[in-house]
Design a protein around this ligand. Sequence first.
Ligand code: ADP
Length: 257
Amino acid sequence: MGSVGAKEVPQLIGPDGRRIDGRQLDELRPLRIVAGALHRADGSAFVEWGANKVMAAVYGPREVHPRHLQQNNKAIVQCRYNMAAFSVDERKRPGLDRRSQEISKVIAEAFESVIFAEEYPRTSIDIYIEVLQANAGTRCAGLVAASVALADAGIPMVDLLPAVAVGKIGGQIALDLRKEEDNFGEADLPMALVPQSGRLVLLQMEGHMNREELSRSLDLGVVGCRKIYDVMKQALRDRYSVTPAAPAPSVPTEAPA
Ligand code: ADP
């Protein structure tokens, strides 16, 4: 443990170059995605990513509420990102705070740029993201979950949107920050990518990086997003691939003597 003033700062990169959870700098946390996890939503997905657990549900295209938001030439995309009170160490005050509102807005805008909204005028596509357990990178986990949920709902999109946060920890650029790295690192850079075109549709930054570090972070994030994209596609394949029915077990027609 190092220390800055009175605050104890954990050593984020060990002498072997590995991070506190043993990962290499360019390594993602384990990611598992289940498409279609909820029955009542039009589309849904559950994401476990490191210690993050996030559920996304999509409804629509459906009637717009409130009505005055309706647009005659396209669907509107609404998103509500919410962190459960029990999702963090110290109970979070329930309800939409400024952070949740900001995250909801940037996620809705990211999806607006890939959904073919003009195909569904006067409707709303509603995305609900519930963070059940948080360990940094929840807006990215929410984007990934919502993206699979939108595909599960059959909403036409240019592409899925993989997302990941890159950051600077202990002076090094690292992929997919966990909580301690987010808290004690020098910078945090969440991003979302349209894989086919390479276009970024979400890019935020907290902290400081120089131009060269930013450029390396973007490269590392794009590589990370492409790996996440593969897991997203596999989750949809698992949901929709038809496996041949197993032969019915034979049942004896007569009671054994
Ligand atoms: P992200 O989750 O997208 O990385 P932030 O960088 O704002 O977003 O948050 C980093 C982490 O800090 C969250 O994933 C969560 O673990 C924690 N956190 C955020 N808001 C709160 C809060 N109100 N109370 C406790 N922990 C929080």
